[in-house]
Design a protein around this ligand. Sequence first.
Ligand SMILES: Nc1ncnc2c1ncn2[C@@H]1O[C@H](COP(=O)(O)OP(=O)(O)OP(=O)(O)O)[C@@H](O)[C@H]1O
Ligand SMILES: [Mg+2]
Length: 260
Amino acid sequence: MTLLSVEGLSIRTADGHTLVRDFALDVNPGEIVGIVGESGSGKTMTALSLLGLLPAGVSVACGDASLSGRPFLRDGRVCERPNATMIFQNPTAALNPTMKIEAQLIRLLTFLGKRRGTGRRGRRARAEALLESVGIHEPRAVLRRYPHQLSGGMNQRVMVAMAVAAEPSLLIADEPTTGLDVTVQAQILELIRSTVASRGIGVLFVSHDMGVIAQTCRRVAVMYHGELREFADVDDVFHAPRDAYTEELLASTLEQPSER
Ligand SMILES: Nc1ncnc2c1ncn2[C@@H]1O[C@H](COP(=O)(O)OP(=O)(O)OP(=O)(O)O)[C@@H](O)[C@H]1O
Ligand SMILES: [Mg+2]
């Protein structure tokens, strides 16, 4: 069964500008689907709309979406909170600078534990286990640090740990590796791939970088000025782009896209 299904999604501002028009895609369980497009094409608004996190003055005008067969957006209205979480670009800024990693994780686990009845000692052990599950070898040392005392790559691992703590069936990653150096970028992409494989969740992976998309996704939605230009296998998009804009995007990303 399809994990995430989105149809006819349009997003508007209060003063009547359409930011995203008639967007649609689907994600299968265990699949990483990309959304690519230049700056301002509507990738982040699309991602935020699925979690009901659009900024003030921006709203979903119409559209339907379901997760694991359960509708959560019906005719533009959020009817249920989807079991999905999100990671962002610049993890250091996304974390609370005034709290140690341990306090932030415990606070999250306490919130989640209210639903699951996990005790205090259990939460500390779970915080360590979560950090280990995202490839942090010395979780105790990391728990004692503030975000500014950790590297960007380490903070992004912490963000992934926090995102998967809620055991979502969908993870939305908005430019999760932009701003990280190339080696760390590769490590975070590998972490996302292994998380998908081990947990069987689906990922919506947003990037402006067609190279990163090609390394990470089998299918990709190409956006331009708020419109979905194509949704196809990455290989097909590279070898036979259906849309003139996609061709331009490929040409600007890769020196010789036709020779890939
Ligand atoms: N708070 C807001 N209110 C009104 N319009 C907004 C708001 N935030 C963004 N926009 C507009 O929505 C459009 C889509 O923006 P969005 O952030 O989704 O682009 P993006 O594809 O994620 O770009 P980038 O690659 O730079 O992150 C842009 O025209 C942007 O100016
Ligand atoms: Mg964006």
